[in-house]
Design a protein around this ligand. Structure first.
Ligand SMILES: Nc1ncnc2c1ncn2[C@@H]1O[C@H](COP(=O)(O)OP(=O)(O)OP(=O)(O)O)[C@@H](O)[C@H]1O
Length: 268
């Protein structure tokens, strides 16, 4: 990767469902270390766009390039839009889905370890079946999972059941699970939805700390105020199209953005 290569470059990506475009001709680039918010009214295409980055949906048109790390440092941009979600995950793209569930009746630590197994040689099945060769890997995964829990401020909860975690901490646990796969690009689909003010603040601080560590993130959110302080740049979608991109200040003053949001309010 040279200074000119972004970590992620999306060009003219479209996806339709039943002949109706959910995302239409969207292009954007995300630089390494950047926190990019994607905002827009209900049904604007935000989740569809994220799923086309993570590989859970394929684009009908357009390209997605990503610059994975190699052993010797940073690699060359690769076209990934035909890669499976699993392959993209192995390249370092992690997604926390909107409304993602935890595994109940498992501890916080076990929940995170499930995320780590995605990138191991032996995999979760081998661990579950206790096949030979998994023990050393298991110890490494436990250490990684504990480190991820510590990173999100949940180390003290490691051995407690995920069931008892308040919603805010459940979101942090989902982030820890994604972090355990050591992503270079973390996609967060509405991580703050349903949280109370205090929990939203704690989540904002967590995102800010990951940003300080230099992790590249993309974040879907409805609330412009929430992302204004977190994002370096904001992309605004409306009815599948990108209607604006800029710094939080530019977006706040953008008339097309105001119109899209006011339109939503008057339609509600
Ligand atoms: N699997 C699907 N099948 C059919 N239509 C879909 C599918 N996924 C999304 N859509 C449609 O595509 C459009 C964009 O949906 P998407 O979930 O990407 O929007 P969004 O901006 O994430 O919305 P929200 O903020 O409500 O989560 C919507 O009209 C939605 O109904």
């Amino acid at each position: 990767m040279t200074a000119a290569d972004p970590l992620l470059r999306i060009e003219d990506v479209s996806r339709a469902f039943g002949g109706v475009y959910a995302v239409r001709d969207v292009s954007l680039s995300v630089a390494e270390g950047e926190t990019r918010a994607v905002i827009g009214p209900n049904g604007a295409g935000k989740s569809t766009l994220f799923n086309m980055i993570s590989g859970h949906l394929t684009a009908d048109h357009g390209t997605v390039h990503y610059t994975p790390a190699t052993d010797g440092g940073v690699g060359l941009p690769q076209r990934i839009d035909r890669f499976s979600a699993h392959r993209r995950a192995r390249l370092g793209i992690a997604i926390v889905f909107q409304g993602a569930r935890l595994f109940h009746r498992m501890t916080a630590l076990e929940n995170v370890m499930v995320g780590a197994h995605a990138r191991t040689r032996h995999g979760f099945l081998s661990a579950a079946l206790r096949l030979p060769g998994h023990h050393r890997e298991e110890a490494a995964i436990t250490a990684d999972a504990l480190a991820a829990l510590e990173r999100v401020g949940l180390k003290d909860w490691a051995h407690r059941s995920a069931d008892v975690l308040p919603l805010g901490q459940q979101r942090a646990l989902q982030v820890a699970r994604a972090l355990c796969a050591r992503p270079r690009l973390l996609l967060l689909d509405e991580p703050a939805s349903g949280l109370r003010a205090g929990e939203r603040e704690a989540l904002a601080q967590l995102i800010e700390s990951l940003r300080q560590e230099g992790l590249t993130m993309m974040l879907i959110e409805h609330d412009v105020a929430f992302v204004t302080r977190l994002a370096d740049r904001i992309t605004v979608l409306d009815l599948g199209r990108e209607i604006a991109e800029g710094t939080p200040r530019e977006i706040r003053d953008n008339e097309a953005v105001l119109a899209a949001y006011l339109g939503q309010e008057s339609a509600a």
